[in-house]
Design a protein around this ligand. Sequence first.
Ligand code: GDP
Length: 142
Amino acid sequence: MATEKTFSIIKPNAVKDNNIGNILAIFEKNGLRIAAARFTTLSKEKAEGFYIEHKDRPFFGELVEFMTSAPVLLLCLEGESAVTKNREIMGATNPADAAEGTIRKLYAASVGENAVHGSDSAASAERELSYFFEKNEISDRF
Ligand code: GDP
């Protein structure tokens, strides 16, 4: 299996609840390395652009408002099958459906405030990483 990179966001509810460290520990325990990290607060424009595929969904306004409501931690995670592994570790979008021990089961407040984002495919990972990070911000020296 190949080493790959994926994109993650620790979302505002998890930052406000002081769960950054707990979530990073879950990534690391599962063999994912932090290859880039930036703590920032998203602008409305940046959040809208990131979630553009959801622009016609009824929750789009709420989603953008939530994602800009407090700081987030933007991450590049690296490891074997990082995209799939991260999706497994995260759990289902709605914490009510998330498996025991997953990040969303542990730290999501609701389907909207669901603690983390994770790319859903290798193509999304590449697009999302380049939306937030310059190439030279991502370490390839592991
Ligand atoms: P993900 O890939 O598991 O994050 O899920 P999606 O791509 O389907 O949705 C993107 C994000 O939109 C989710 O992580 C939620 O934060 C948000 N979202 C999805 N469905 C709902 C909803 O019904 N209500 C609200 N407020 N937000 C939602």
